[in-house]
Design a protein around this ligand. Structure first.
Ligand code: ARG
Length: 569
């Protein structure tokens, strides 16, 4: 229910001296119950109406109060220091909101806004030669949550893991394998064996530069389509990709396409030709470039002096391919902020090429991510590996539950869900630009501002409903006697869900959703402390309906932010 809108509609029915139509945008939802539900700060009106704000607020409040009919959604208006505070009739508003949630259930918070439109999301996009490390958490989780938000608003989504399955790292891996590797051993030990070889290569190459030369040679062979090089690099790629797919799966991320950089290496000529035809190409120190200095975007490198292809050129070929395949209305790339210039250049080139998808591309960039101990470094194998991190989180959550004496049948499954919830929450709890630190210990605290705290509150809703042993239907609700603030504040907080989904999508800020869920958990626990939902075996159906509505919003919201709902913990 749009409380603000309903209040405005009501005001329009009244006969007020000051026409408020021009000021509708200035009405806000009150953040403090003592200021009612909707407020209008009258200061900006003073100039136009040539009156003191206090006087304006007083006049309007008086007029509202004298004209209210019995069926109005407005209970009363109050003027306080230049603010016009409007109080709604709690019973009516509460009933409407709870009924709407119970009626629409999983659809509450979803809309058809972008029905018929397609969005392509490029996220996770791991470089396969490296293990997935903590740095990949953000792109994977942010991308996944953005995809969920897009889906809630009607988009058809296409998730692409544009894996880095190309480049000199694969030349290095082949070199290492040829020198020190053993096929059987690698087959048996999979990606771990490949990674060990890669680490060994980097170590040895620091002493012996000829190894780098050899790696470049193998890379050239891959580019030329040499059968042995192709076979080996495909084999290594599949091993690594399998592991990435497994880890993404553990995070709940599934992809529609794994078409990576390698796919485009022999498909770049058409875009280079188009750039040429538009007269955009220049030769600079042997390299082929596009001069973007007039847009403050430096020089875009299209082809290196040795003829090898580039990240940017592949992205140009990839976006064309994606448009041809999916006819997207929007494409979102999720990476850390260090790639900002790359995407600005890409988008500018697309614009200069006058592509139909110019203006449809967006870069969701986020701040860096690290463990409390310091920067993420993957080169020498000292990285915080994602698989170790996830395992540690599961172990820790099992430990915490044991300490708390939590008794569940499926400890392993619950620990995994708690760990995933904590991880998702940690990643998206702040605005995306912030550099953040992943503090696992803190994230698994059941009492702080954490995912387990919310999951626990959800489980409490489930257990109340189970204990009540009775279901509550829409027709059973009657809030004519709603007397306590907590119930109403909780209901109003639940009602913010729909708008929050829209706002989170528009601003690309998943943190707005987790913060709302946190507010809901807080309001619910206040409500629960003050009210007896089941009193001496008698179930208060009105309260039970609030519990049911809360449970529903947790389910809907958790599904968006990748926090598993656990009914018993
Ligand atoms: N593989 C790249 C990296 O790890 C990220 C790719 C992002 N997507 C893209 N279309 N460029 O840095």
């Amino acid at each position: 229910m749009d409380i603000k809108n309903e209040v405005l509609l009501e005001l329009k029915k009244l006969n007020l001296t000051h026409d408020l139509t021009n000021f509708e945008k200035m009405f806000v939802l009150s953040t403090d119950a003592k200021n009612g539900d909707v407020s209008l700060p009258c200061f900006p009106l003073a100039k136009e109406l040539r009156m003191a704000p206090v006087q304006i607020a007083n006049t309007i409040a008086e007029e509202i109060n004298s004209q209210l009919g019995a069926d109005s959604i407005i209970e009363k208006a109050e003027a306080v220091n230049g603010y016009l505070n409007i109080f709604t009739v709690k019973s009516v508003v509460a009933t409407k909101i709870v009924e709407e949630i119970l009626k629409t259930q999983t659809a509450f918070g979803s809309a058809d806004t972008y029905k018929g439109k397609t969005v392509v999301l490029d996220y996770s996009s791991v470089n396969l030669a490296k293990y997935m490390h903590i740095g990949h958490l953000k792109t994977t989780i942010f991308g996944l949550v953005m995809k969920n938000l897009c889906e809630r608003l009607g988009y058809k989504t296409v998730s692409i893991n544009y894996v880095g399955d190309y480049g000199t790292p694969f030349g290095k891996m082949i070199t290492a394998f040829k020198r020190w590797g053993d096929r059987e051993y690698v087959e048996a030990n999979g990606v771990d064996a490949v990674q060990d070889l890669y680490v060994k290569f980097n170590k040895e190459a620091e002493e012996d530069d000829s190894l780098n030369e050899e790696a470049r040679m193998w890379f050239r062979k891959i580019e030329e389509g040499d059968p042995e090089a192709t076979e080996l690099s495909n084999w290594i790629i599949e091993l690594c990709r399998g592991e990435v797919e497994r880890l993404c799966g553990e995070l709940g991320a599934k992809f529609d396409s794994w078409r990576g950089e390698g796919y485009y290496t022999d498909k770049m000529q058409p875009v280079i030709d188009e750039l040429e035809a538009k007269g955009l190409l220049q030769i600079s120190e042997g390299a082929t470039v596009v001069d973007l200095t007039e847009y403050n975007l430096g020089t875009a490198l299209i082809k290196k002096s040795d003829g090898t292809s580039l990240y940017l050129t592949r992205d140009l070929a990839a976006v064309e391919d994606r448009y041809n395949m999916y006819h997207f209305d929007k494409a979102i790339y999720v990476t850390d902020v260090s790639q900002k210039l790359h995407f600005q250049q890409l988008f500018k080139l697309v614009e200069l090429l006058e592509k139909p998808y110019a203006g449809k591309l967006e870069h969701l960039s986020y701040g860096r991510y690290s463990l409390p101990t310091g920067k993420i470094s993957s080169r020498m194998g000292k990285q915080a590996l994602l698989k170790d991190l996830l395992e540690a989180a599961v172990n820790k959550s099992r430990e915490v539950m044991e300490q708390r004496g939590t008794k569940v049948e499926n400890t392993e499954e619950v620990s995994k869900k708690v760990a995933l919830g904590a991880t998702s929450f940690e990643v998206i709890k702040y605005e995306k630009v912030k550099d953040t630190i992943y503090d696992m210990e803190a994230s698994l605290n059941f009492d702080g501002e954490t995912a387990p705290y919310m999951q626990y509150t959800y489980a409490r809703c489930c257990s109340i409903l189970e204990k009540a042993g009775t279901d509550v239907q829409v027709g059973d609700i009657n809030y004519s006697q709603i007397t306590n603030e907590q119930g109403f504040e909780l209901i109003k907080t639940l009602n913010r869900y729909q708008k929050t989904i829209v706002e989170a999508y528009e601003k690309q800020e998943p943190c707005l959703v987790v913060r709302l869920l946190m507010d809901i958990a807080g309001e619910f626990n206040k409500f629960y402390t003050v009210n007896r939902i089941i009193d001496n075996g008698v179930v208060n159906l009105n309260y039970l309906a609030i519990v049911k509505a809360t449970k529903q919003i947790f389910e809907n919201g958790f599904a968006v932010v990748n926090i598993p709902a656990i009914s018993k913990m």
